[in-house]
Ligand binder design. Structure first.
Ligand SMILES: CC(C)(COP(=O)(O)OP(=O)(O)OC[C@H]1O[C@@H](n2cnc3c(N)ncnc32)[C@H](O)[C@@H]1OP(=O)(O)O)[C@@H](O)C(=O)NCCC(=O)NCCS
Length: 190
């Protein structure tokens, strides 16, 4: 039996798995067949599922719906009031439940407050989405994107610091000292 916390104002539907030390705060709803990992937290007014998979150590702030079609890997941060989508061309009079487009948030992604992620896109490992951004295409690993539509303004380290590459295409994280290489418009941790 897992040791997790669910606030009494929240609802958990059938066949949901919740990991160790995960906390689900006020007025939230976890729908059926959802799997949530260890050490996660969900703020007030969150809806997750059905059929959604959330990794370990995922932090979800207030007012967020994570719909079917969104997959969240480990160590992802989702800022307050971030919006996800799962139908690219919704019409109220056409049922498109079999046409959900996938959104994948890879390990270590951070998404700033009030960003919107248009479905069908992948946010690469440790990518950083600025506050209020509208993501309309894939975001590379370690990229920082801002604006509507999103555009890349640079690169960040795992710890979330901007990377300044030297003439040899190498950069150091000022916090951890980890080294990164820029090669063929992609960043790799060494
Ligand atoms: C994306 C972000 C990390 C960039 O921070 P930074 O590396 O310090 O970047 P800077 O402030 O130097 O900005 C660089 C440029 O991008 C612009 N910019 C930065 N963030 C932006 C955003 N969210 N939307 C649009 N433009 C943005 C700046 O205006 C600046 O433009 P300029 O060169 O024309 O002056 C930060 O601005 C951000 O949005 N953080 C998210 C905060 C948040 O939502 N936290 C949630 C938990 S409380």
């Amino acid at each position: 039996m897992s040791n997790f916390f669910i606030h009494e104002s929240s609802y958990i539907d059938n066949n949901v798995t919740i990991g160790e030390n995960t906390k689900i705060w006020h007025f939230s709803h976890i729908l059926s067949n959802t799997v949530i990992g260890d050490n996660c937290s969900f703020g007030q007014n969150c809806v997750v599922g059905p059929n959604v998979s959330i990794g370990n150590n995922v932090k979800v702030q207030n007012n967020i719906s994570i719909y079917e079609g969104v997959e969240v890997e480990d160590d992802v941060f989702i800022g307050p009031s971030v919006v996800f989508t799962n139908v690219i061309n919704p019409r109220s009079f056409i049922i498109r439940k079999h046409e959900f487009k996938k959104t994948l948030l890879k390990k270590g992604v951070s998404i700033g407050a009030n960003a919107t992620i248009v479905c069908g896109n992948t946010l690469g490992q440790y990518a950083f989405v600025g506050a209020g951004t509208v993501v309309t295409k894939d975001v590379p690993n370690f990229a920082v994107v801002v604006g509507n539509p999103s555009r890349q303004i640079g690169w960040v380290s795992k710890a979330g610091h901007r990377l300044k590459f030297n003439a040899n295409h190498l950069a150091l994280c000022p916090e951890t000292g980890e080294q990164y290489q820029l090669k063929d418009k992609m960043v790799f941790d060494l």
